[in-house]
Design a protein. Structure first.
Length: 617
């Protein structure tokens, strides 16, 4: 192409068996992207495109034994997973006489892409015009085996014996494993535990088309320099939702086995099948919804140079959202089988709830920066922001549901110090969030329910410190810390008041140290991250202890010519095989105190090596 054209093409492909191997590939896929640009004397036009096809297995909570140390239950390895190939490609009966196929191996899967057209024109009088149009279409899938609760096998089975008339005994066996004579292999594990879990599948095709228009103008008025931006945004997006979830029963081991329970009478005859093919409940949740949003906003900003030492930024935004959501009503169906699993199957009945709501809101910010000298400056900023209710919160609702927009108030001020071999940025901040939703699928009284709670407000204040030093040539040392105090305010769920409690899963201290050294084509890197203690639940009764992780890496560049090179990277992650829990089990109603000998939590991944080969051209 000529000198007025620019072209680039890139992409990657990834294939990863997974450190916690469930019986199928944990991660695979990649993307390809490229752009072509036509340059003009006073601007450009760029066409950008990307296609993505990628899937990643969900790594969800794992089984631990209660005590002062983080310890897996007996028989569960440090690199184990409760996701299993036995939950993949299973045919699940549905009330319409057909079957639903599970695709657990897909995990979180995205297939689709986007196209962007960007045009920029610069006029001679410090005036510029930019318009960016984007079209995106992607099919998103979410498939996961979600552990709910650990139970002792004998106690769990006997509870069904006690509630079944004429019952005398039970038969607990592995669904998909048989003895030489063809009989099912009886349940037998080192820890004698069962896991009540969910096999969840979500399909969510998304489409978006949007345009952003910017007009920028530079001018000087009364010795004050201004850089003004006036803009608008117009977007339209749609989302389709199809959810079909099952409740299952497994043992507790790496890549566990499905388990079935039959209840017997005194003659040894099966009089009740509590489960079928490892399923406790077919169709524990069904959702079929479609919705759309029209978003329209205008915004204004001004970067002001009052004097050589004083700068200010002001900005404001006005936005309108029109939200429409239709959700199919559901009812319970009996598939008329012999097992409990098909007695109460949720499915759509062909009628729909309708919701149509319009929202208006605004945001504004003001910031100043004052330079004391060439090495030192002070700054302050205040803002009022918002977040419109997402389309997702209207699933299953009708026109009577009209939640408020979330409101975010922020203040910060700080100091910046920069010298030849040392720099530091220290910031004090305050943040208040109101009207935010707490939204998740929860297991309440043994039922899977989708819950949205608008629970009041939270406040956080603290200090962030970032320092960088170059003690000698080619060696850089960074320190980043956050010390904060945070709490719920006017926070109530199900008539439980959690005001004054820590915000769940957020620590009060976060620290990171990063060191890197470069010599010619070799780069060495080391970092250590520390997260302080947190609480897994709103009641602050389940503590997640603090933990740290160290990582090391080395890279080497092979220069081919001015435009091409190969980069080889080796990573050692969690080098000292540290242990830590990132969250508890958010799917359960865990507002009370932690009870029992066992619990579920999501741990960090153990020590592992990664190697990457990158070709740049």
């Amino acid at each position: 192409m000529g000198k007025d054209w620019r072209f680039s093409l890139g992409g990657f492909y990834r294939y990863d068996r997974g450190i916690r191997y469930p019986g199928f590939t944990a991660s695979k896929g990649g993307q390809i992207k490229g752009n072509v640009t036509r340059l003009f004397k006073n601007g450009y036009i760029k066409l950008y495109g990307k296609f993505l096809r990628d899937s990643n297995t969900f790594y969800l909570p794992l089984p631990f034994q209660s005590g002062p140390a983080i310890k897996f239950v007996d028989g569960f390895p440090h690199n184990g997973t409760l996701t299993t190939v036995e939950g993949n490609l299973v045919q699940v009966p549905t009330p319409n006489g057909s079957h639903f196929t599970t695709h657990l191996e897909d995990g979180q899967k995205q297939i689709g892409g986007s196209i962007v057209v960007d045009m920029n024109i610069n006029f001679s009088n410090n005036l510029s015009f930019q318009t960016t149009t984007r079209y995106m279409n992607i099919n998103h899938h979410w498939n996961a085996l979600v552990p709910f609760k650990l139970v002792k096998a004998d106690e769990w089975a006997k509870s069904y014996v006690d509630q079944t008339p004429n019952a005398a005994d039970y038969d607990l066996f592995f669904t998909n494993h048989c003895n030489a004579d063809g009989s099912h292999e009886p349940f037998n594990t080192e820890n004698n535990l069962l896991c009540e879990s969910g096999l969840w599948a979500v399909s969510k095709p998304l489409m978006n088309i949007s345009n952003q228009l910017l007009i920028k103008k530079r001018f000087t008025y009364d010795q004050t320099e201004h850089k003004i931006t006036l803009g608008s945004y117009l977007g339209y997006y749609t989302a389709l939702d199809f959810w079909y979830w099952q409740n299952i029963l497994t043992d507790v081991r790496n890549a566990p086995r499905f388990v079935d329970l039959n209840i017997k009478d005194s003659n040894g005859n099966t009089i009740r099948k509590v489960t079928e093919n490892g399923f406790r409940n077919y169709g524990s949740m069904y959702m079929n919804a479609n919705g759309s949003v029209i978003a329209n906003s205008i915004f204004f900003g001004d970067d002001i140079k009052v004097s050589p030492k004083l700068r200010a930024d002001i900005g404001t935004r006005l936005e309108m959202n029109r939200i429409r959501q239709d959700t199919e009503n559901t009812q319970s169906y009996d598939l008329n089988g012999f097992s409990d699993a098909d007695d109460s199957v949720r499915w759509g009945n062909g009628t729909f709830k309708h919701s149509a709501v319009t929202y208006y809101d605004w945001a504004a910010s003001v910031g100043i920066n004052y330079t004391l000298n060439s090495n030192l400056s002070l700054y302050a900023r205040g803002s009022r922001g918002y977040k419109m209710p997402t389309l997702d919160v209207f699933r299953g609702t009708d026109g009577t549901f009209h939640p408020k927009t979330e409101e975010l108030i922020q203040y910060e001020n700080g100091i910046k110090l920069g010298m030849e071999s040392f720099g530091v940025n220290a910031t004090l901040y305050f943040m208040q969030l109101k009207n935010f939703p707490s939204q998740d699928a929860r297991i309440v009284n043994g039922k899977t329910v989708w819950v949205t709670d608008y629970v009041g407000e939270s406040q956080s204040y603290g200090m962030e410190l970032e320092a960088v030093a170059v003690p000698f040539k080619n060696f850089t040392l960074n320190l980043i810390t956050t010390v904060q105090n945070h709490a719920y305010k006017n926070f109530e769920i199900n008539r439980e008041d959690y005001a004054g409690h820590w915000i769940q899963r957020i620590p009060k201290f976060i620290g990171e140290v990063i060191a890197s050294y470069s010599w010619e084509r070799i780069t060495l890197h080391a970092d250590y991250h520390y997260n302080g203690k947190r609480f897994a639940n709103n009641a602050n009764t389940i503590e997640l202890p603090g933990f740290g992780v160290a990582n090391f890496s080395a890279s080497y560049e092979i220069i081919i010519d001015q435009t091409q090179k190969i980069i080889m990277k080796l990573h050692l992650l969690n080098a000292f095989n540290g242990t830590g829990l990132t969250e508890g089990n958010p799917r359960l109603d865990n507002s009370g105190a932690e009870q029992g000998t066992y619990y579920l939590a999501r741990p960090i991944l153990p020590r592992r090596f990664n190697f990457s080969l990158i070709y740049q051209f």
